[in-house]
Design a protein around this ligand. Structure first.
Ligand code: SF4
Length: 135
């Protein structure tokens, strides 16, 4: 069992915790409130774009996904899409009650690589699921 550790501040990297196995079990999935960058391959794996659409201009795909509210923006130079989030900042694929990913097997590479690759490699913005009670 993991000892209670203080909540990190998502916006202050110096408060992030060194990642270790099992940390996610008691975390409220703070990482799933950060912007998620996607490439076309991610979108295909997520079944948001069909394989046959590969031949289409990527801008047309981006326009459709923005219109559908799936993607909030597309950076043409890099070919990177940013996944839209809910009003409370949660990823649209995060279940509110369980704080688990609803597309875990098909999740984007950004999520697969976190926290090895990210704002502070090897660290994450751990926040306990339950508020820590002061004594
Ligand atoms: S796709 Fe899944 S793992 Fe990635 S941020 Fe969204 S809920 Fe989290």
């Amino acid at each position: 069992m993991i000892k209670r550790i203080p909540a990190a501040d998502l916006d202050r990297l110096e408060t992030w915790h060194k990642y270790r196995k099992g940390l996610c079990d008691s975390c409220r999935a703070t990482c799933c409130t950060m912007p998620v960058e996607l490439r076309l391959n991610d979108l295909i794996r997520m079944e948001l774009v069909d394989e046959f659409e590969r031949g289409e201009p990527i801008q047309a795909i981006a326009r459709r996904l923005v219109k559908q509210g799936i993607v909030e923006r597309f950076h043409q130079k890099t070919g990177i899409f940013t996944l839209s989030r809910m009003a409370n900042g949660d990823c649209q694929f995060l279940r509110r009650d369980t704080r688990l990913c609803t597309i875990y097997e098909r999740r984007p590479n950004t999520c697969r690589n976190h926290p090895q690759i990210g704002p502070r490699p090897g660290h994450c913005a751990y926040q306990p699921k339950e508020p820590v009670r002061s004594t």
